[in-house]
Structures are given as structure tokens and as C-alpha cells.
Design a protein around this ligand. Structure first.
Ligand code: EPU
Length: 431
């Protein structure tokens, strides 16, 4: 098992980019990272076999597979992109803390184990350093379902011999929080109503999967989710949704390089906010149900961008949008409204010639257009890394994005996909 500072192969690579070439061609979107993580956790709720299709082979999926294996689940690839998970012999033990620390989504095992065994323990999860990431709404929700919650050494424990449906108000519409509460509540007798639930497509997709396993969940995809507890869940063949953030990243790559790219195999209604903002910036976007054709045009207009919970512009596309706005004619404002410290990439962008200042930790002011020049930069988290790759594609000269394992956690074969679009990018093992 690789250390979290490396990729799952145990290496921390770098991406060498010779910028300045417009991307052209067609790219197919992989399965959703965050959709896959929720689906994998859901498999813990049944002792029957589950198959998840369209799973990306990325760092976070591999880490999550290790977490499930540590509990005794069988997790194996049953074909390209198909994950077979058999949790028949899962033991109710806390997963090793170092595995939990390798990704945020690992904390979903808490809700799933609580649902299955009425008792669960898990260390606080890891994940990107993008601000305070409390888990209070998860724990308050478990408590509302009748669980006693306590902390012992570094782990959270939850015990609910009589788990029961209940009304739950979430202080914040947390994505993983909503998923965790759904996982815990689907087998809780009675009715659970989650008010102020997250309505991201990954939440809706998890509810869809759980319903096909026998759960009774209504309203997922809205802010009120109603769950009627059922006794048991069965196995399922579930198809993971496309990765809207990867899709958005390629759309922005077309725009920032002045290229023309068809991004296929997506759900365009998951990307309304991005399509709207790209068009506002002057980018030509043709949107079909399952594809976008994006043509970078000149000039690009400056924008005011706000990263918000869905259906607002995804916080995971905030850094990539900032990279694009370095090429807009005028002053753009980027407000991060979801996380409290997700602008750390700004210092790296500046090394490439971007004119960006921050006010506090949540607003970036970008003056453009500034010619970007290649430079050695570091991927500080998965989306920050993606933003630097985009900047590198638009920059004159050579950019080396190091700490690529962060990007590898969330993007499947990014270098290969970019090369197929005509980018000059090479992966090297970092010294
Ligand atoms: N929050 C609380 N209390 C909680 C939980 C969250 O106050 O108990 C606050 C956080 O502090 C933050 C905000 O709620 O300010 C949003 O956090 P949320 O819980 O919604 O995020 P998450 O569930 O931890 C998931 C994705 C993130 C994505 C966010 C927002 C997974 C594994 N992660 O995180 O994905 O940015 O939702 O859409 O599903 C990524 O893929 O790069 C990534 C970071």
C-alpha cells in the first residue's frame, strides 16, 4: 500500500507540459470519483455480491478498496471499469487509521457499518487540505437516529442497538454527510427525513443504487430526503455516473487553449452552472444531453464566479475556472463559498505569471489577460493540480507539475487523454 504522499503505485510523478498547443478532438469522460466512493461504501450494507460499472481506476478508488478490504470485504476488478465487491464476511472492526487518513470518502464506512451492525468506529478521515472539514453534521445525524456517539483515542464510535428513523436537520448540506446518513438510515425502522440535505448528483446516484438494493428513499436530488427503513438490502449491478468534474476540466482545457474539444459520455444537466459561466465568458459551448462541444474563442470576458453547493458552480471547478480567467480581458472575481481555504493554488499560478491577489482565504481577484509562462509548480490538491495542468497547457514553454499523485487521486489517465487531444505532456518519475 502506498503512502498518501505517493500514488497507489508508490511513486510521486510529475507532469512535464510543453504548452501553447490548442487541444483538438474528442475525449470520453470516466466514471465519477465521488460517485464511486459512495457506491463502494453502499456495498457494505449487504452480504450479497455487488457489481459497480464505470468505476475509474484512480488513486482514491484504490485507497477506498483498501479500506473495504481491511474490513474483510472482497474487492476486485471483474473487467475494465467493473468493480466486484462482496461484503458477506465483513467484520465490524474499525478500519486502520492510516487508510482512513488517505481519503475523505473513507468516512462513509461509518454510516454503512452503523446501518449493518448497529455499531461502528472510524478515525477522522483525511482528504485535501482545503479548509476546516468538520464531521459534526454526520455525527449529529447518527445521534438523531438513536446512536450514542463518543470519541476514544483518535476514533469516533457510534452505537445504536435500536437504530430508528427520525427527522434530521443538517446544519450544512454536506455531501458526504448526507450520504453517510442515508447509509445509516436505510435499514433503520421507521421514517427518516433529512432536511437541508445535499442535492449533488452523487447523492442522487447513491440513493438510486440503494433503492435498487431494496431501500426506500424518496427526494434524493432535492433538499428533503425521506427514507422508509427496510429490513435488508440485496446485491446489485449499479452503473456509476460520469465524472462531472473531469468533464468540466476538459471543457475548460478546450477554452483555455483556444481549441475545440468534444467531451463525451457526460450528463450535461450536471454541468449547467459551468456551461452558463463559460458562455458568459464568451466561450462557445454546444450542449447535447450527453456531450459538450467546447470551442475556445477570443476575447474571453472576465467573470464573477461563486463556488456553491449544487446546482451552483462546483467548488471542485473553482481552481480550474481561475486558471481560465487569467486569460480573460479584465478583472475577474472568484469567490469560494463552500470551503474556507481552497485558494492555495494561487501562489503556484503566480509563479506562472498570473496576476492574482486574494482577499482573505475565499476570494481571488484575477487581472487578465496575462501571458502564462512555464514554471515548476506543485499540485497541492487534486483540483489545484488540475488547474496548474490547465495553466501549463496554455503557457509558453515548459511547466513541470510535481506531486502529481494528488491529481492521480481523481483523474483517470489524464496524461494519456490530454495527449490524445494533441497536448505535449509526459509523465516523469520525480526525483
Ligand atoms: N461541513 C460542516 N460540517 C460537516 C461537514 C461539512 O460544516 O459535518 C462544511 C465543510 O466545512 C465545508 C462544507 O460543509 O465548508 C462542504 O463540505 P461537504 O461536507 O459538502 O464536502 P465533503 O462531503 O467533505 C464532497 C466531495 C468533495 C467536494 C465537496 C463539495 C467526496 C469524497 N468529496 O466533500 O470533493 O468538494 O463534497 O461538493 O465526495 C474533490 O473531489 O476534489 C473533492 C474535494
Amino acid at each position: 500500500m502506498a503512502h498518501a504522499s505517493e500514488n497507489p503505485q508508490g511513486r510521486s510523478d510529475a507532469l512535464v507540459i510543453e504548452g501553447g498547443r490548442p487541444l483538438r478532438g474528442t475525449v470520453k469522460v470516466s466514471g465519477s470519483k465521488n460517485g464511486a466512493l459512495g457506491a463502494m461504501a453502499a456495498c457494505l450494507l449487504t452480504d450479497e455480491s455487488c457489481y459497480i460499472e464505470n468505476v475509474p481506476d484512480i488513486g482514491d478508488v484504490r485507497y477506498m478498496a483498501e479500506v473495504l478490504r481491511s474490513l474483510g470485504a472482497r474487492v476486485e476488478w471483474a473487467g475494465p471499469g467493473v468493480l466486484h465487491i462482496d461484503a458477506a464476511h465483513v467484520r465490524n472492526v474499525p478500519p486502520p487509521s492510516h487508510l482512513v487518513a488517505s481519503l475523505r470518502g473513507s468516512f462513509l464506512v461509518m454510516g454503512a457499518l452503523l446501518g449493518r451492525f448497529r455499531r461502528a468506529a472510524c478515525a477522522p478521515p483525511g482528504g485535501d487540505v482545503i479548509g476546516q472539514r468538520p464531521i459534526d453534521v454526520h455525527l449529529q445525524g447518527f445521534a438523531a437516529l438513536g446512536a450514542r456517539i463518543w470519541r476514544e483515542e483518535e476514533k469516533f464510535w457510534a452505537e445504536a442497538p435500536e437504530l430508528r428513523g427520525a427527522p434530521i436537520f443538517m446544519d450544512y448540506p454536506s455531501v458526504l454527510g448526507t450520504q453517510n446518513l442515508m447509509l445509516a438510515a436505510v435499514t433503520a425502522p421507521g421514517v427518516t427525513t433529512i432536511v437541508n440535505a445535499a442535492c449533488e448528483p452523487e447523492v442522487e446516484a447513491l440513493a438510486h443504487m440503494l433503492n435498487r438494493m431494496g431501500a426506500c428513499i424518496q427526494g434524493a436530488g432535492t433538499h428533503t430526503i425521506v427514507i422508509q427503513g427496510v429490513q435488508r438490502l440485496r446485491g446489485v449491478v449499479h452503473r456509476n455516473i460520469p465524472d462531472r468534474i473531469e468533464a468540466g476540466t476538459f471543457a475548460i482545457a478546450a477554452a483555455i487553449t483556444g481549441g475545440e474539444v468534444a467531451v463525451e459520455g457526460l450528463v450535461s444537466r450536471h454541468l449547467w452552472a459551468l456551461i452558463h459561466k463559460l458562455r458568459q465568458a464568451g466561450v462557445r459551448v454546444e450542449a447535447g444531453d450527453d456531450y459538450l462541444r467546447v470551442t475556445g474563442t477570443q476575447p474571453l470576458y472576465p467573470l464573477v464566479v461563486q463556488a456553491l453547493p449544487y446546482p451552483g458552480l462546483a467548488t471542485d471547478l473553482q481552481a480550474p475556472m481561475a486558471a481560465l480567467l487569467t486569460q480573460a480581458h479584465g478583472v475577474s472575481y472568484v469567490h469560494e463559498r463552500v470551503f474556507d481555504n481552497r485558494l492555495l493554488y494561487v501562489g503556484e499560478l503566480r509563479k506562472m505569471g498570473a496576476e492574482v491577489v486574494t482577499t482573505g482565504t475565499t476570494t481571488a481577484i484575477i487581472t487578465g489577460p496575462t501571458p502564462l509562462v512555464g514554471a515548476p509548480v506543485r499540485a497541492l490538491d487534486v483540483r489545484a493540480g488540475a488547474a496548474l495542468v490547465l495553466a501549463g497547457l496554455a503557457a509558453r514553454g515548459q511547466t513541470v507539475v510535481s506531486d502529481l499523485h494528488h491529481v492521480d487521486r481523481g483523474y483517470e489517465r489524464l496524461d494519456e487523454k490530454l495527449r490524445a487531444l494533441g497536448a505535449r505532456v509526459e509523465r516523469t518519475e520525480a526525483s
